[in-house]
Design a protein. Structure first.
Ligand SMILES: C[S@@+](CC[C@H](N)C(=O)[O-])C[C@H]1O[C@@H](n2cnc3c(N)ncnc32)[C@H](O)[C@@H]1O
Length: 249
């Protein structure tokens, strides 16, 4: 049996993520129009959609509001607790995306800002195999993943993401390890609890993949009609090397 690499610890940051990340405005004005363009316009209204690495479930909620049958899957119990509050009529599954096993009932599987946490090609292939199995014939997989071909040469040694509101703050400092094409992300969160600031710290790892490796892993498990887009070409100001892939079972 192969031992899996560790998953990022989101538990101490669940409230902070829920308050600061993937806001409804970002989803409604950014993600939904993009999905509409790529896939939703071709789907029947009752289509079944699985969001892999759904976090606090805000995309699941917005898709449910548009009439789709939605399921979210994530490895973080605390984020799923928020997801069940945000999207009470949707189904949620606690699982690792490298190990889930669902019957072929989904028309679409989505995964946004999740596969960057898969640290090698073998585990990426396992995720793709699980997705392929969960899709109906002709079903579509849409996902984002960072591409080293586009970012390695221009990657700064460090960059930051900072999100703040009155009660929460999240600081992510990315440090590049060029030999492994991995980013070590130092994460610090603050949340106000009964007038006291609670601080949490952890480290997450982000892996950047070669385009050819992503395509060959998709190909290997049986996906067809594989296309990819640079997020910059899809209108993002700053893509950090992120690609959006679309492929079909
Ligand atoms: C950056 S958040 C993105 C959440 C959501 N997709 C969004 O766009 O807001 C990454 C999510 O991936 C989940 N995740 C990371 N690795 C995972 C794994 N191996 N299995 C299941 N979930 C995973 C985390 O728990 C977290 O909810």
């Amino acid at each position: 049996m192969t031992l899996l690499t560790s998953i990022p610890n989101y538990e101490p940051f669940a409230r902070i993520e829920n308050e600061l990340k993937s806001t409804n405005q970002e989803i409604v004005e950014g993600i939904i129009p993009l999905l509409e363009h790529l896939i939703l316009q071709h789907l029947p209204k009752e289509a079944r959609i699985l969001d892999l690495g759904c976090g606090s479930g805000k995309l699941v909620q917005q898709l449910h509001l548009r009439g789709y049958q939605t399921t979210g899957l994530d490895a973080s119990p605390e984020l799923l607790r928020y997801a069940r509050i945000n999207a009470p009529e949707s189904e949620f599954i606690l699982s690792d995306i490298r190990e889930f096993d669902l019957p072929p009932t989904f028309d679409v599987v989505l995964s946004h800002i999740v596969l960057l946490f898969i640290l090698n090609a073998e585990e990426l292939t396992s995720v793709f195999r699980n997705v392929h199995k969960a899709l109906r014939n002709n079903g579509v997989f849409v996902f984002t993943i960072p591409i080293t071909d586009w970012f390695h040469e221009i990657a700064p040694p460090t960059f930051n993401h900072v999100n703040v509101n009155d009660e929460c703050a999240l600081i992510e400092i990315f440090h590049y390890k060029p030999e492994q094409r991995i980013w070590e992300i130092q994460v610090t969160g603050f949340e106000l609890i009964e007038n006291n600031w609670k601080r949490s710290d952890t480290t997450w790892l982000r892996k950047d993949f070669f385009l050819a490796d992503v395509r060959s892993a998709l190909d290997k498990v049986g996906f067809t009609d594989i296309s990819h887009y640079n997020f910059k070409d899809l209108g993002a100001d700053d893509s950090d090397g992120m690609a959006c892939f679309v492929c079909r079972k």
